[in-house]
Design a protein around this ligand. Structure first.
Ligand code: HEM
Length: 581
């Protein structure tokens, strides 16, 4: 820039002389050298102008960043929290310790809203008070960029799991309508063939002495979700096992690779991870194709039968139908009406995202229920009598009405409460500060987390038995038209359990409890909640009707008295015993 500016006065002279010369003679003595000088001069001026504009733009950007940073520091001052140990904040501490334990200690010391600097520009605020949590979850519309990045790196740009709420809003609404409408209103929440396939698999497990509860939970979750998203074609799909393996491998590394600010293209491990993601995408396209073929087959089938003959049969019998794979056709693949085409990419990403999130969380929940049931055989027996009663009062064969089995539903909720499948809910507000009641202001751009396990294990919210497995806390005893809570509105200590037949209990809506946040809440709450609760309850109704689930003898002998929640986190060796044997 300096050399060009030093020549600029001389340059402007040259330009002026040249223009004067041209205007007088209309020609130059040596055309070529004149043009060269003229062009060089023009280029130097343009380059100069470009440098100035860039300099101003970069300075403005830097100033804006510094200003935002100053605002962040000033606003964060009012939030209590530990002082920063170094320039890098508490980053190192977090990588060494269990995050929930760190937050537990901080909340004890600093109160229900605590800040933590993870670096000079990275502020994290943790909230433990249920009322403030609900308010924050209603107001904070975005997710931490890390989550969006994890989905982006693994599956491509997602319109369901992106950070920005604007990007996901429409797709969320569509999926929510689809799940709560078409699936929940149909007779079977989860496909009957999926339940049969799981029961058949358990039959094969019985040949073994025992089975790992985590492994069997993962298999059940995968089958349940795969059959819901892809239809019955998924159950006969030869690549299902490899799909499950790849999905789990991706889950193991997703956060690590997303944690890099700059994509680590120089690492070999990253490319291995990317190739896993590509394989998963190819397999997803394969199952979509199978689905499509299946759907077309059923379409042909329909044309051979009369309308009236088909009505009801599709749902009553265990035969699949196009209408049952409607989620595939109408929502997730709106473009898939003709042949597979490049636009198939987009729904593929969302499907992989749902399989990823849904399988991990649902498997965690199923494992919790299995461990809870084997460690509380008396509850299992009561659920079994609930199932028998429902079966006896039902006129039809097939799936039972789980709404009549309140203890079973309460067991599902209680298992989700004790060890929530996700330990942290994380949100942020990218553009606006969050002003919460009580005066707390969380600056825009700060990450906000809810330590779900701390909130759901807090004696203050759940009573002195908060650490125990007690599904009755979700039940209300109904006596002659009046409802009496078994444990006072979730906050007092649980009353002694008095069991007088399940029909006298009703479910106390867990969503009305501020301290139940396993599925999040507010503007970006989980849209699979109802589907998962009812689907998993349906699965366990069939499972417990046919099998008693027990802890393996060896596991029983080795069991040490330990924290029950900790026991849920780990897997247990269990056995399935056929009931009529
Ligand atoms: C036990 C099973 C599940 C649990 C515990 C669970 C939990 C959660 C949680 C805690 C969130 C974040 C909520 C928030 O930020 O407030 C979430 C988001 C979400 N869940 Fe689930 N989930 C489960 C299963 C499912 C299933 C089966 C589906 C789909 C069929 C699903 C679809 C979603 C979607 C699409 C989001 C993202 C919402 C958004 O970011 O806007 N979930 N889930």
């Amino acid at each position: 820039m300096t050399s060009s500016s030093s020549s600029s006065s001389c340059g402007s002279n040259t330009l002026f002389t040249l223009l004067f010369h041209f205007s007088r003679s209309g020609a130059c003595d040596s055309d070529e050298s004149c043009c060269r000088v003229l062009l060089r001069d023009l280029a130097a001026r343009e380059f100069n102008a470009f440098l100035w504009v860039s300099l101003i733009a970069v300075t403005a950007l830097l100033l804006a960043r510094v200003f935002r940073l100053l605002c962040l520091w000033v606003k964060a001052r009012s939030i209590p929290g530990p002082p920063c140990p170094s320039f890098y904040g508490h980053h190192k501490l977090l990588s060494r310790e269990n995050f929930t334990d760190v937050l537990s200690g901080l909340h004890k010391k600093y109160g229900s809203v605590v800040k933590l600097w993870l670096g000079p520009t990275e502020l994290l605020v943790s909230i433990k008070d249920p009322i403030l949590i609900k308010e924050m979850l209603l107001k904070a519309a975005d997710k931490l960029p890390l989550t969006g990045r994890a989905f982006h790196l693994a599956f491509g740009k997602s319109s369901l799991f992106a950070s920005s709420f604007e990007m996901v809003q429409k797709r969320r609404e569509a999926l929510f309508t689809e799940l709560s409408g078409k699936i929940l209103e149909s007779e079977n929440v989860i496909r009957r063939k999926a339940v049969d396939s799981i029961l058949a698999r358990i039959q094969t497990f019985m040949a073994k002495a025992s089975i790992d509860s985590k492994m069997v939970s993962q298999r059940m979750a995968f089958t349940m979700l795969g059959a819901t998203l892809f239809g019955d074609a998924f159950l006969a799909w030869s690549n299902a096992t490899i799909y499950e393996e790849i999905l789990m491998k991706i889950a193991k590394d997703a956060r690590l690779w997303a944690s890099y600010n700059v994509t680590p293209v120089w690492k070999r491990g990253f490319w291995k991870y990317q190739s896993l993601c590509t394989n998963l995408k190819c397999l997803t396209q394969d199952i979509i194709r199978q689905c499509k073929i299946n759907c077309m087959l059923f379409g042909q089938d329909h044309s051979h039968r009369s309308e009236t003959e088909n009505w009801g049969k599709e749902f009553a019998s265990d035969g699949p139908s196009c209408s049952e794979v409607v989620i595939v056709n109408d929502l997730i693949f709106p473009e898939l009406n003709g042949h597979l085409n490049p636009r198939e990419e987009e729904p593929c990403r969302n499907l992989m995202g749902i399989m990823f999130h849904g399988c991990l969380t649902t498997a965690g929940l199923i494992n919790n229920i299995l461990v809870s049931l084997v460690t509380h055989p008396q509850i299992q027996d009561k659920i079994y009598s609930e199932i028998t009663m429902a079966r006896n009062s039902s006129l039809e064969e097939g799936q039972l009405d789980i709404h009549k089995m309140v203890l079973l539903l309460a067991t599902v909720y209680e298992s989700a409460r004790l060890v929530p499948p996700g330990s942290l809910i994380q949100r942020c507000s990218l553009k606006r500060d969050l002003n919460l009641k009580g005066g707390a202001t969380i600056p825009a751009g700060a990450g906000v987390v809810v330590p779900v396990q701390l909130v759901q294990m807090d004696d203050y919210n759940w009573g002195s038995d908060a650490g125990d497995f007690n599904p009755y806390r979700f039940l209300v005893k109904s006596r002659e038209g009046s409802d009496i809570l078994l444990n006072n509105s979730f906050s007092g200590p649980a009353e002694k359990i008095v069991h007088t037949g399940e029909s006298s209990f009703v479910l106390n809506d867990p969503d009305k409890n501020q301290a139940f946040v396993s599925f999040g809440s507010g503007i970006r709450a989980c849209i699979g909640q109802k589907f998962v609760i009812e689907g998993v309850a349906t699965l366990f109704a069939s499972l417990l009707e046919h099998y008693e689930i027990k802890l393996h003898q060896e596991a029983k002998d080795n069991a040490k008295p330990s924290n029950f929640a900790f026991q849920l986190l780990s897997s247990s060796q269990i056995v399935f015993v056929k009931r009529d044997s």
